[in-house]
Design a protein around this ligand. Structure first.
Ligand SMILES: Nc1nc2c(ncn2[C@@H]2O[C@H](COP(=O)(O)OP(=O)(O)OP(=O)(O)O)[C@@H](O)[C@H]2O)c(=O)[nH]1
Ligand SMILES: [Mg+2]
Length: 459
């Protein structure tokens, strides 16, 4: 848990552990949720947890724990929630709201201190580790009197705050609108807004239509940007490209910095990077190798965000090599690797050749490193903080691309001497001699690059 006593706002976590979830997985999930909430700028000051056989449809927790939660946030408690009378359905309801059941069969639902860590300052945010339905969210807000977010809501909010490039901002805006649309409700004030109706469309329907229109508008804008990017990428088509992919906080940007000498943002927080950056391997070699740093993955990434970030990850799709970066010092890195694999599959990058980089081994004990190597014999064990490891990784990249090269020969006539430098850009020139026909270049190049150079010379 992060430091308290700062002027950062406070949040309380709500953890519901279902019978099907093992303790160790549940704890890892909660630790990750805590880090997400820290990234959002809050200190986690309390946790209310409950083991349940299922998540209550009405308000997630049982009545006793709702009371405890409301006490922490200073809200009215379960009494503040309005429930429908049997048979009655409000027009903005997607789901009927149910009164919290007291769940007699569930343990730890006593409303006493079990499963509760007490708050040192009053939280202004409640974060739940389950996806909430619109009515669950409303019920919890009424009960606690403060803002409530579920895991997807937190992730979308982080993306919203961190997105820098125009495209990332537009993508996040769409994900956010898709997230809020079903959670919107008729304003309770009623009166004024009711007057706007009449044409058979409620204010809520109108608001939702506005959101759909806005999403369509954002999509068009993104399409424009993507066309420009495709052009820019086409210019890099002949370059040798490697993309860093992996779970958030694994150390992708640190590797990017070390490999390319660039100053991309590195931070011990989740989702420090949201935009793709492309830089040449440094010190530069010819032909150059381009490295791209990408957004990190996370468990249960909201589907809209996966879809949105597909375009950001196009960079990865077009790379000849992916480096799957994992934080070997994190006890849950194996499940993080699974998330990386399945997310890459989802965006259609599963066919791209890859190498596994087990990073942060400086924080792994010597004997555990041996175990890791036995389990992942192909992996590159390294630390982004160790210059010798970076040199080794750099050589592995160079060797990978060199192995794709085939031998070739070009004769560049004197009338086309400008092409010689072009050849040096895209091939490894082994010898350069001159006779009456022009420059004889003995070289190695990737087959596509060689064919292209050949056609330029003969044109
Ligand atoms: N000890 C140690 N720390 C590392 C290593 N590599 C990265 N870190 C630290 O791990 C944290 C996250 O590093 P980043 O490079 O920002 O990770 P990332 O994968 O780019 O993360 P996101 O952009 O948030 O997805 C930072 O505090 C780094 O200093 C390493 O090899 N050893
Ligand atoms: Mg990063």
């Amino acid at each position: 848990m992060s430091k308290t006593g700062t002027d950062r706002p406070a949040a309380v976590l709500v953890a519901v552990q279902l019978a099907t979830v093992a303790d160790v997985d549940h704890e890892a999930d909660m630790a990750e949720l805590g880090r997400l909430v820290n990234t959002l700028g809050y200190d986690v000051v309390a946790t209310v947890s409950q083991r349940r056989s299922n998540v209550s449809k009405g308000a997630v927790l049982g009545e006793g724990k709702l009371r405890v939660l409301a006490e922490i946030t200073g809200g009215p408690g379960p009494a503040g929630m309005r429930f429908k009378k049997p048979g009655q359905k409000r027009d903005d309801e997607d789901e009927p709201e149910e009164a919290p059941e007291s769940a007699p069969g569930d343990d730890e639902d006593t409303g006493d201190d079990a499963g509760v860590v007490h708050a040192s300052k009053t939280p202004t945010l409640v974060v739940v580790d389950h996806d909430l339905s619109p009515s669950q969210l409303r019920n919890l807000e009424k009960c606690t009197g403060v803002e409530v977010l579920d895991r997807s809501g937190v992730i979308i909010e982080i993306f919203h705050r961190h997105a820098r490039s125009r495209e990332a901002r537009l993508e996040v805006e769409i994900a956010r609108l898709n997230y809020v649309a079903p959670r919107m409700r008729e304003s309770s004030g009623g009166g004024d807004r009711q007057r706007g109706r009449g044409a058979g469309e409620s204010q809520l329907e109108l608001d939702r239509r506005k959101i759909r229109d806005r999403i369509a508008e954002l999509r068009r804008e993104i399409d424009g940007i993507q066309r420009e990017q495709a052009t820019r990428r086409a210019l890099r088509q002949n370059a040798r490209r490697v993309a860093l992919v992996g779970y958030t906080n694994a150390g992708k940007s640190s590797l990017m910095r070390a490999l390319t000498g660039s100053d991309v943002y590195v931070m011990d927080k989740l989702f420090a990077t949201l935009d793709t950056t492309v830089r040449a391997l440094h010190p530069e070699i010819k032909p150059r190798i381009l490295v791209s740093d990408t957004v990190g993955f996370i468990k249960k990434l909201p589907h809209d965000l996966v879809a949105s970030f597909r375009s950001t990850l196009d960079e990865a799709l077009e790379a000849s090599l992916l480096l799957y970066v994992a934080d070997a010092s994190d006890p849950t890195f194996r499940s993080q690797l699974d998330v990386t694999r399945s997310t890459l599959e989802e965006i259609g990058a599963e066919g791209v050749p890859y190498k596994l980089v087990l990073n942060k081994v400086d924080r792994v004990a010597e004997e555990d490193r041996t175990i890791l190597l036995r389990e992942f014999p192909e992996a590159i064990l390294m630390s982004a903080k160790d210059p010798a490891d970076i040199t080794r990784l750099r050589q592995i990249l160079i060797d990978f691309f060199d192995a794709l090269m085939v031998p070739g020969e070009l004769i560049v006539p004197y009338s086309k001497q400008a092409l010689v430098s072009e050849v040096y850009e895209h091939a490894k020139v082994l010898s350069e001699t001159y006779d009456e026909s022009g420059a004889h270049l003995v070289l190695r190049a990737e087959p596509a690059a060689l064919a292209r150079l050949q056609s330029l010379v003969e044109k």
